[in-house]
Design a protein around this ligand. Structure first.
Ligand SMILES: [Zn+2]
Length: 256
């Protein structure tokens, strides 16, 4: 049985959830109002929402969370998608161009397991990624892996003059005009060489392992799930639940 408890330092029902001050009083309709920031809200709904967010944080599926919390599946699923939207907006906001040693790679998510593999795969989400060594990752669902598409992303999201690591894929051919380009020969071990793309490949495994839990993600929703993985990865050394609370609470966490 998983813990449903939202940590006390996040919400204890005494301090105002929004401004953190003591000063809640009861309204006639049962909601609380804060005498400092003037926000009015239902503690019951807030607690419920935080519980759903907590289940999202510990990566419990919407279906299982719905059962354990006795909330309709549709409600939990909708909240999960809201959280992913907030995450997406947050990633946009905090983004700074990647620099230094950058690993680039493309991969495929989803589709039928027995489907075609490799760069011509059909019915799968094509994902491009840039990983800054010892830093953050940036991912994007792309429509194809043509040079124009990939180079467009690279130029938008990384600093010119960076050191790039890729495999021998032809779409990276013009990369040398944008920075230093190191090509990796897959299947050949360089020992302790810096010439590898283990970082971005590690991220793909990290994301795919988590994607396995969600059976049959709608293709339309892939970018949202992917951004969730990017967010979790980029903040892996932080208090992710606290971050999630901050990201989601201002806008749509509490509904009337
Ligand atoms: Zn307040």
């Amino acid at each position: 049985m998983l813990s449903k408890r939202v940590p006390d330092n996040i919400f204890n029902g005494k301090k105002c959830f929004y401004c953190g001050k003591y000063g809640l009083y009861k309204l006639a309709d049962g909601r609380k109002k804060c005498r400092h920031c003037r926000r009015a809200y239902s503690l019951h709904k807030l607690r419920r929402d935080l519980e759903i967010l907590y289940y999202f944080y510990i990566e419990v599926s919407a279906l299982k969370a719905a059962k354990e919390l006795s909330v309709p599946y549709r409600t939990v699923h909708a909240r999960y998608m809201d959280f992913r939207m907030s995450i997406m907006a947050h990633l946009d906001q905090e983004f700074v161009k990647l620099a230094g040693q950058l690993e680039l790679d493309e991969t495929y998510f989803g589709g039928k397991r027995k489907g075609k593999r490799g760069r011509g795969a059909f019915n799968k989400a094509i994902v491009f990624g840039i990983l800054e060594r010892n830093g953050k990752v940036y991912t994007k669902v792309v429509i194809n892996v043509k040079a124009k598409t990939l180079m467009g992303e690279i130029k938008k999201k990384s600093v010119k003059g960076s050191v790039f690591y890729t495999d021998y894929f032809k779409s990276y051919k013009s990369l040398k005009q944008f920075g230093k380009h190191n090509k990796i020969n897959h299947g050949y071990t360089f020992g302790k060489s810096h010439n590898h793309i283990n970082g971005i490949e590690g991220f793909w495994s990290y994301a795919k392992e988590r994607f396995h839990k969600y059976h049959g993600i709608n293709m339309v929703n892939y970018p949202f799930y992917l951004k969730e993985m990017e967010f979790r990865f980029n903040h892996r050394n932080e208090d992710v639940f606290k971050l999630l609370v901050n990201i989601t609470k201002g806008g749509n966490l509490v509904r009337k």
